[in-house]
Design a protein around this ligand. Structure first.
Ligand code: AP5
Length: 206
């Protein structure tokens, strides 16, 4: 299966992608996770990406396209989480695919529902597990249930960066909904529902 997950910041793409990977074995390629790992390791890519991410802006296409091309070149199946994010990236993806996409899953949800999700999110900096202080707390307090690392708040889950991310999403990413609908690939699910229900919708559209 070759899937793209599309939706606003906080829509639940990462949560569902990780569950689908665990149950079906289709590897997740999450550009946000890869960029955050590069920042944590202080690689040249991380140094170039950091300021963009902190501000809630997109990292330049050339950097992101390269990571994705390297990652998916060896994969038969994948779940792309957070890529493509604009028209140029969508065209780049089309040009590097050796087999076409099977579906683009659009996580539909109103912006108002997302502020609370983003401000309460905690992530594991080691294994990328995602928690929420109310909806999905870690059993071990501020430690990751899966690997024991101390959970952190993402740098871009601050009010100013959240506002900018929504604006960037509306201007640059949302047009991809029409782009993939026109190509007959779009499958829309209601992301404003409990996680298990969203997962069942996901299975039913696949
Ligand atoms: P990225 O990491 O991709 O962030 P995003 O797209 O803004 O998406 P999020 O990770 O914020 O949300 P999500 O939909 O995965 O939600 P989650 O499952 O975590 O990108 C970060 C930055 O990297 C970008 O701003 C950009 O700078 C850069 N970047 C990345 N890709 C790029 C690209 N292609 N080009 C250029 N730059 C790029 O859930 C959110 C919270 O809600 C969690 O706490 C979760 O527990 C909770 N939750 C999940 N589902 C539910 C539910 N159903 N009900 C209640 N709570 C829920």
């Amino acid at each position: 299966m070759r899937l793209v997950f599309l939706g606003a910041p906080g829509a639940g793409k990462g949560t569902q992608a990780k569950r689908l990977e665990a149950e079906k074995g289709w590897p997740v390629v999450a550009t946000g996770d890869l960029l955050r790992a590069a920042i944590a390791q202080n690689t040249p890519l991380g140094q170039q990406a950091q300021a963009y991410i902190q501000r809630g802006e997109l990292v330049p296409d050339a950097l992101v396209n390269q990571i994705v091309a390297e990652r998916i070149s060896q994969l038969e199946s994948f779940i792309l989480d957070g890529y493509p994010r604009n028209l140029a990236q969508a065209q780049m993806l089309e040009s590097i695919l050796t087999k076409p996409l099977d579906a683009v899953i659009f996580f539909e949800i109103q912006e108002e529902a997302l502020i609370e999700r983003l401000s309460g999110r905690r992530i594991c900096p080691e294994c990328n597990a995602v928690y929420h202080i109310k909806n999905n707390p870690s059993k071990a307090g501020d430690q990751c249930d899966q690997c024991g690392a101390t959970l952190v708040t993402r740098e871009d889950d601050q009010p100013d960066a959240i506002r900018r991310r929504f604006q960037v999403y509306r201007e640059q990413t949302e047009p991809l909904v029409a782009y993939y609908r026109e190509r007959g690939l779009l499958r829309t699910i209601n992301a404003d529902a409990p996680p298990d229900e969203v997962y069942q919708q996901l299975l039913s559209v696949l």
